[in-house]
Ligand binder design. Structure first.
Ligand code: ADP
Ligand code: ZN
Length: 212
């Protein structure tokens, strides 16, 4: 199954994506993770992406589309994949439609209040991308990832100024995708307005939507 995930930054997409891709045994392709990896390794794409990401802006379409196109050619995508953070613009969605057929799009929704709290308290592992939260997903040793021992830090773009900008960008550039995929009849809305401890409720709704 070829799946796309939508939802405001901070809605919990990354957490849901990991769980759902494990259940269906398909790779989770997160363009945000790919860019962060590239930034860590200071590759050409990484250095370019950083100038956009730190401000809360989108990386240009041509760069992003090429990155995803290459990734989808890999063997592990043959039996399906889950895109997390792509497409984020109509141009990206149109480019994607030329490469593969998308079966379902899950749009995760939650109130902005909840989302801002999740984002500003979010911490992530620099090495493996595992997601933590200062209040309810706390690593056993402060600042150290439970899964891999990597450094747990706050992304620059999770700071208040960039969060605001990311919301504006989402509403302007990404929200039109909801209509785009609704028209195709493949969009399903998933209520993610649950405390993070109840993430299983979100996952079970997502499964129902995928298996209907
Ligand atoms: P979030 O969904 O929490 O904003 P991501 O980890 O998905 O975070 O993305 C972080 C940043 O990486 C985005 O704010 C954007 O700058 C860049 N990025 C990720 N995916 C894309 C994309 N499909 N197109 C353009 N930029 C992207
Ligand atoms: Zn880790």
């Amino acid at each position: 199954m070829n799946i796309v995930l939508l939802g405001l930054p901070g809605v919990g997409k990354g957490t849901y994506a990991k769980k759902i891709s494990n259940i269906y045994d398909i790779p989770q392709i997160s363009t945000g993770d790919m860019f962060r990896e590239a930034m860590k390794n200071r590759t050409k794409i990484g250095l370019l992406a950083k100038t956009y990401i730190d401000k809360g802006n989108l990386v240009p379409d041509d760069v992003t589309i090429k990155l995803v196109e290459e990734r989808l050619k890999q063997d592990d995508c043959k039996n399906g994949f889950m895109l997390d953070g792509f497409p984020r613009t109509i141009a990206q969605a149109e480019a994607l439609d030329k490469i593969v057929v998308i079966d379902k799009v899950l749009d995760f929704t939650a109130s902005e209040e909840i989302i801002i709290d999740r984002l500003s308290g979010r911490r992530i592992c620099k090495s493996c991308g595992a997601i933590y939260h200062i209040r309810n997903i706390i690593p056993k040793v402060k600042g150290v990832c439970d899964k891999c021992g990597g450094e747990v830090y706050q992304r620059d773009d999770d700071k208040p100024k960039a969060i605001k900008e990311r919301f504006i960008v989402y509403k302007k550039q990404t929200e039109p995708l909801i209509k785009y995929y609704t028209k195709k009849g493949i969009l399903r809305s998933i209520n993610a307005d649950w405390p993070i401890e109840q993430v299983d409720n979100v996952i079970s709704d997502a499964r129902k939507a995928l298996e209907e």
